[in-house]
Design a binder for this molecule. Structure first.
Ligand code: G1P
Ligand code: ZN
Length: 549
């Protein structure tokens, strides 16, 4: 029998969740009561009025990064002391973010606590994160996030069971006081869901046929076990198809961010004359994806458009898609597909939480972000391996190389050249002044000409949720040019150091003869304009971005 302890505490004041949960340095989370305060604030802000958490299930798990273990022990003991009936935990405390979403939905849980800082590095000096997902399996809404933050500012005590370490190393049931703990295989439920959505038979034929080669980079992060199980064991890709498949607490000292810069081995294996036919990678917690063909990179914005255009080739989407959504800075490639399919296309602020209501209401089936995130109504998170399987399904059915499929798509819809320039670890006040100064000038920009370009409108993006009417203001500065080109500025909400300025630049090209340029060249004039309009160097002291994707 465990004893419930009440511990007095004081608010920290800085527990405001960002784009995706509360993200801080591990050392910040290691301060006495820091994690406990936030977890209790989640419980206090979500506790049902009648009956509290009696009869309720909480799903817990994380990407396995440093501090995952210790934090999970604390959370489980706090769940017991807050009277949850049951906790479902992934074995060894592991659950990818999309698998957590799947399990919350499948077992009709009250919600889940996911431990992850996504693609941010892990280790004692790196990043940690925690977020709450509700009964639909999706990230807490803006309103709930605000309520959790408000609670964290007035918290006075938390509850925790006084008990020994809970063994999460074996699948099976345990008991902690009155609470049941069910330790589950982190992969099985997720794999079963994927099998319902995609044509595993055809993918198996493709992967075992002898001529098609796949390489998947799990980046020493959570998707290793999922990819070994699904791609190699179930679908027959030969051993060695999965690179860096063992999750490590510090991701091997690497940056588990699936973009060309952080996947050198994968780039090598998908380049040159002996290139693999298909390459992909996923991030720290398994929700992001990067898609490559032989000597070919598919932008996330194009990937979303391609999946929408080819959705009916996968059994789970055979009957067509209801609508699509993209985050505002994501390119307009998917809008063109939606238009030709005659389905609605929604433009939401950055962050997966904004897709939740649209998915729940059945208004959209597919959605995505330029930041390597794609997903559908099968869960309420973006989903890395899902995107990989969708592409494999598509390739198995169409039997053409990735590059040909994408080029054909551009011929039909035009190519949306796209790039994102990030200026990292900029002083917060300098970044703020840049944004505020530009915001103040937006009104005067309409009608101005710069070389070949004319600004049609400029605004600060605001969003009214079509389902519940909730409003989100100041979600990014948009410069919209005549002909459809755009330049967008916003500050990152996931960083843990200073500010990151993101500048998103895109332009549409209909002429197939001009579809084979490097985006940095194709967009050179707009890139130059993006510097001048916001006076980036003046405010940040940076003449060029730190990261270009
Ligand atoms: C970034 C991405 C955003 C994504 C989020 C969580 O947020 O830009 O699209 O939803 O990570 O993965 P940001 O740092 O830009 O606020
Ligand atoms: Zn992630």
């Amino acid at each position: 029998m465990s004893v419930r302890k009440t511990i007095a505490t004081h608010p920290f004041g800085d527990q405001k969740p960002g784009t995706s949960g509360l993200r801080k340095k591990v050392r910040v989370f290691q301060q006495a009561n820091y994690l406990e305060n936030f977890v209790q604030s989640i419980f206090d802000a979500t506790r049902p009025g009648n009956g509290g958490f009696a009869g309720k299930t909480l799903v817990v798990g994380g990407d396995g990064r440093f501090y995952n273990d210790e934090a999970l022990q604390t959370i489980i003991k706090m769940a017991a002391a807050n009277d949850f009936e049951r906790v479902i935990a992934g074995r060894d405390g592991l659950l990818s973010t999309p698998a957590a979403s799947c399990i919350i939905r499948k077992y009709r849980a009250f919600g889940g606590i996911i431990l992850s800082a996504s693609h941010n590095p892990g280790g004692p000096d790196a990043d940690f994160g925690i977020k709450f997902n509700g009964a639909n399996g999706g990230p807490a809404s803006e309103e709930l996030t605000a309520a959790i933050f408000a609670q964290s500012r007035r918290i006075e005590q938390y509850y925790i069971a006084d008990s020994a370490r809970v063994d999460l190393g074996r699948v099976g049931d345990r008991q902690l006081g009155g609470m049941q703990i069910e330790v589950i295989d982190p992969v099985a439920d997720y794999a079963a869901l994927m099998e319902q959505l995609f044509d595993f038979e055809r993918i198996r034929e493709l992967l075992t046929g002898g001529s098609f080669r796949l390489q998947f980079d799990a980046m020493n992060a959570i998707t290793g076990p999922y990819a070994h199980d699904i791609l190699e064991q179930t679908l027959g890709a030969p051993p060695g198809s999965v690179l860096r498949g063992q999750p490590l607490p510090d991701f091997g000292g690497e940056h588990p961010d699936p973009n060309p810069a952080h996947t050198p081995e994968l780039q090598r294996l998908t380049s040159g004359r002996d290139a693999a036919d298909f390459g992909a990678a996923s991030d720290g917690d398994g929700d992001r994806n990067m898609i490559l063909g032989a000597n070919f990179y598919v932008t996330p914005s194009d990937s979303l458009a391609l999946l929408a255009a080819n959705a009916t080739l996968a059994p789970g989407y055979r009957d067509g898609i209801a609508g699509v959504a993209r985050s505002m800075p994501t390119s307009q490639a998917v809008d063109r597909v939606a238009k030709s399919l005659g389905i609605p296309c929604f433009e939401t602020p950055t962050g997966w939480k904004f897709f939740g209501n649209l998915l729940d209401a059945g208004k959209i089936t597919l959605c995505g972000e330029e930041s390597f995130g794609t997903g559908s109504d099968h869960v309420r998170e973006k989903d890395g391996l899902w995107a990989v399987l969708f592409w494999l399904n598509l390739l198995a059915v169409r039997g053409e190389p990735v590059a040909d499929i994408v080029r054909r798509h551009w011929q039909q819809y035009g190519r949306d050249y796209y790039t994102r320039h990030d200026y990292e670890a900029v002083a917060s006040d300098a970044a703020q002044s840049l944004v505020e100064t530009l915001r103040g000038q937006l009104g005067a920009l309409a009608g101005q000409r710069f070389g070949n370009h004319e600004i049609e409108t400029a605004d600060d993006f605001g969003y009214t949720d079509p389902v519940d009417g909730s409003q989100s203001r100041q979600q990014g500065l948009r410069i919209l040019l005549r002909g459809g080109a755009r330049i967008i500025y916003r500050l990152s909400g996931t960083g843990t150091e200073g500010a990151t300025l993101r500048v998103y630049i895109e332009g549409h090209e209909t002429d197939p003869a001009r579809h084979n340029q490097d985006p940095q060249n194709a967009l050179a004039e707009l890139i130059d304009l993006s510097h001048r309009l916001a006076r980036i160097e003046h405010f940040t002291g940076r003449g060029s971005p730190d990261v270009v994707t």
